[in-house]
Ligand binder design. Structure first.
Ligand code: ADP
Ligand code: MG
Length: 819
């Protein structure tokens, strides 16, 4: 076996390490230095080695066999001879195989000879590469990188763009720039104002001036002394770094906050490959792996790029203006220009969305093949009677959605529909129509809600309507008494009970329906996969109606449940007054209290919401428990004030809510447990403390607790956050009552997690795609997927696409809630 370039790099390294450490015959991973060199020269010299050099090559094997016996000066001269020999040999090999150097532009360094690209395969394990080896291979595995293909599909997290390189004295606030300079000072310390905040500062200088770079880390893990010391070691004084980020102006002059920082050590200077442009990739890393390693490995793996087969049909690629997969992979790592980078990203983002959508649509098509659901007739006595009973006229949106639902139900294919509608849009009515359709066709229905409060509220409303229709309905939750539970179980089994409302209690094994034909799930994103599946399993392909009051932007909704049919109730019942919303700072709290006083004097009620229930040690959070005490003792001593928080039992919660509903308490102080629950039309003030801590969608939901009656209502958002971002964010609520607009803004400001709430969002883990930036590509991917699935649902004509889909979809769906 002949040696390869990659071996040489390792050899170069070990020669210099041995020299630096004083010719001590160092112990390596497996061998001592002498043994290692002996083995190296024991192999066949590289292809093309001239005959004269072949014999010298072999003589080194003999010399290194004696290395342990050599004196210090003999060792020194042997190593120096070896280096000289290798250097000349390399040169002669390169000139033999490269075009004459004169043809290359002077500024482009002569590339080192690459290992034969045909020898690297996509499936090859990374640890077999010379740059990697066993030890580093193990580290790479911790990043989930096992094969050449894995690392080629391991995309950079960011780039340092030398085309944007600016001299420090020329920086203007608001620009995204790259600077290159030497480290003058490096410091990492705990903020004197906030014990949980660690501040990292780097002063960097180029020949035009100096600039401070800041990075901020929150959490006790980062204020740890030894962690801080380690940070300093990353950027030794005098080292040359590149930093990329947004220029900001502060009291202390111009800064870069949270920039990408790279130490420009060996990579830029050593791996002078023509493949590396002026845009340097930055990879997501874990401890023990340096950025250079990833880049070097990728450079050598690019040799396998020709083996990548593009699963997308050419016609599709052309239609959507997508570049080839292998071009995209090359350019996502080492883009020659920002334009190429944009194209690469576009192609790869398209792929991420596309396979997910194909998967969703395939599943939907498959579901549509099922033909064993019960068919519910839309015309019938119950629906007619209910229409007569309705105390109001349905909005057009409600009518449309009800028709869509009833049409779905009138088929043996199971319905799988999501009804989205803003708070108060009247989704419950849609559920009632579907339930009545089931009952009048002789089937049972179940309605599941995520909290006891919400389940009870549905129950109460349904009871009032069902009584008029002479239909029984029961409530099952964790706190239902045993005797009652038994009664419910038996009535379900005999089919006497047509509708059961409840919480997770519904999925218990004891709950057995005689003929469950319809499942309604409220706030479906709050349930996990298994809970959903378990409830569905209680019927034979029951129809499923899910509802959500969290308006989800289309991008999120496609990504989260692209296999559902979606209906929007995009219209509020008439006569709803906009809720007057004001953002206040804490000094203005008295204003808020005066408003509450005035409203209560007129017989109204108010909510005061806090983000957490106990004063957390450092953060400036006004906790509900302590505030309740303070407010009831000093601010409103004459009023009755209830307290509601998540650590109370449901019996206690219920009592508090009942008192509020019955107006025994004029004010309720609560954490966000109130969010989805309470419907008290007499409440007209919603005061929210530390409003900046909530997502906009969540604030909108909270706000939706008032304005439910005929009185004018108010929402007061108290926030002391001075950041312009927080202010701007909150002002969205002052300006808009439109849940879709608000969630769209929330998505932009804080990302998907904020829109969906704190619970595990169930969103797939995209490597590149952003649901905020890439809405257009998602739209294209969806359209493309629809065409493909309609034309060939099983992808029989596209085996490579099918194979890719299987791999990608599995990976993504591993974290999706709807499986
Ligand atoms: P959400 O969509 O938030 O679940 P609900 O279904 O609870 O909303 O409806 C909110 C309130 O509006 C309820 O009191 C309901 O009876 C009432 N409502 C629903 N539809 C209409 C309508 N078309 N006209 C007037 N009031 C309605
Ligand atoms: Mg509702």
């Amino acid at each position: 076996m002949s040696t390869e370039l990659s071996d040489w790099i390792r050899l170069d390294k070990s020669l210099s390490i041995e020299a630096e450490s004083g010719y001590t015959n160092l112990q390596g991973n497996q061998y001592r230095f002498g043994e290692f060199l002996c083995l190296f020269f024991g192999k066949t010299p590289p292809l093309g080695t001239p005959a004269s050099d072949r014999s010298r090559w072999q003589s080194f094997a003999v010399k290194y066999a004696q290395y342990p016996q050599l004196s210090l000066s003999q060792r020194r001269s042997l190593i120096s001879n070896t280096r000289q020999f290798l250097h000349e040999l390399k040169l002669s090999l390169e000139t033999a195989s490269e075009p004459p150097p004169s043809k290359l532009p002077r500024t482009v360094p002569i590339p080192r000879k690459q290992a034969d690209p045909r020898k690297i395969t996509l499936e090859q394990s990374l640890s077999t590469l010379a740059e990697v080896g066993y030890k580093k291979g193990e580290l790479l595995k911790r990043l989930g990188l096992f094969t050449v293909k894995d690392i080629l599909f391991y995309y950079p997290r960011d780039y340092i763009d030398y085309a944007r390189q600016m001299r420090i004295s020329h920086l203007n606030p608001g620009e995204t720039v790259t600077i290159v300079g030497s480290v003058r000072k490096c410091n990492c310390f705990t903020s004197p104002k906030n014990k949980k905040l660690s501040i990292f500062e780097l002063i960097v200088q180029d020949n035009s001036g100096q600039i401070k770079l800041n990075r901020f880390f929150t959490g006790t893990r980062f204020t740890n002394r030894s962690w801080q010391e380690k940070q300093k070691l990353l950027y030794p004084l005098g080292s040359i770094i590149a930093a990329s980020g947004l220029v900001k102006k502060s009291k202390y002059g111009v800064t870069l906050d949270n920039p990408e920082i790279e130490v420009l050590d060996s990579f830029v200077t050593n791996i002078a490959s023509p493949k590396v442009g002026r845009i340097l990739p930055i990879y997501p890393l874990k401890e023990g792996i340096d950025a250079d390693l990833i880049r070097k490995v990728i450079v050598s793996c690019l040799g396998a790029i020709e083996q990548i087969r593009d699963p997308l049909p050419v016609a599709l690629r052309n239609q959507y203006g997508l570049i080839k997969l292998k071009e995209a992979i090359t350019n996502i790592h080492f883009p020659q220009t920002t334009d190429l980078l944009t194209h690469a990203r576009r192609r790869l983002v398209f792929d991420e969305f596309f396979y997910l959508q194909v998967g969703f649509l395939q599943r939907r098509q498959e579901q549509k093949q099922i033909k064993n659901s019960a068919i519910f007739v839309p015309e019938g006595k119950l629906i007619e009677d209910f229409n007569k009973l309705l105390p109001f006229t349905l909005t057009n949106a409600q009518k449309r959605v009800i028709n869509e639902v009833l049409e779905d139900l009138n088929s043996s294919t199971p319905m799988n529909r999501l009804v989205q509608g803003d708070v108060g849009a009247g989704k419950t009515i849609v559920a009632v129509f579907s339930i009545l359709a089931a009952i009048q066709s002789g089937y049972q229905a179940a309605l599941m809600a995520p909290t006891e409060v919400l389940a009870k509220q549905h129950y109460r409303k349904l009871v009032s309507w069902f009584n008029l229709l002479y239909l029984p309905v029961e409530l099952l939750t964790g706190s239902t008494r045993i005797a009652k539970k038994r009664e419910i179980y038996s009535q379900l089994k005999t089919g006497e009970l047509p509708l059961l409302v409840g919480t997770h209690a519904l999925i218990q094994d004891k709950v057995i329906f005689q003929r469950l034909g319809l499942v309604v799930i409220d706030e479906q994103h709050r349930f996990g996969v298994h809970q959903r599946a378990k409830l569905l399993a209680k019927g034979r392909s029951p129809h499923v109606l899910t509802m959500t009051a969290t308006p989800i932007p289309r991008t999120l909704s496609l990504t989260l449940h692209g296999d559902l049919d979606v209906s929007q109730i995009n219209e509020l019942p008439p006569g709803r007054q906009p809720i007057q919303t004001t953002v206040l700072i804490s000094k203005e709290r008295t204003k808020a209290y005066n408003l509450i006083r005035r409203e209560v004097a007129q017989g109204r009620q108010a909510y005061i919401i806090f983000p957490m229930i106990e004063e957390s040690e450092n953060l400036d959070i006004r906790a509900a428990v302590e505030e309740h005490k303070k407010i009831s003792e000093t601010i409103f001593p004459k009023l009755n004030i209830g307290l509601l928080h998540g650590r109370m039992s449901s019996v206690e919660k219920d009592e508090v809510l009942t008192n509020f509903r019955d107006d025994k308490n004029q004010i309720i102080i609560s954490t966000t447990v109130i969010e989805v629950g309470v419907d008290v039309p007499n409440a007209t003030v919603m005061l929210i403390e530390n409003a900046e801590r909530f997502g906009l969608s969540q604030l909108h939901q909270l706000r939706g607790r008032v304005g439910r009656g005929s009185h004018k209502s108010y929402c007061l958002l108290i926030s002391n956050s001075k950041t312009p971002d927080a202010r701007q964010r909150l002002s969205v609520l002052e300006q808009s009552q439109d849940g879709f607009f608000i969630s769209e803004m929330d998505l932009r400001f804080r990302g998907p997690g904020s829109v969906l709430g704190t619970r595990q969002s169930g969103l797939p883990d995209f490597a590149l795609a952003s649901l905020v930036e890439d809405q257009e590509i998602l739209g294209l991917a969806r359209t493309a997927a629809e065409k493909i699935v309609i034309a060939d649902n099983h992808l029989g004509g596209m085996p490579s696409l099918k194979k890719e889909l299987e791999q990608r979809y599995q990976k993504l769906m591993g974290v999706n809630i709807l499986t």
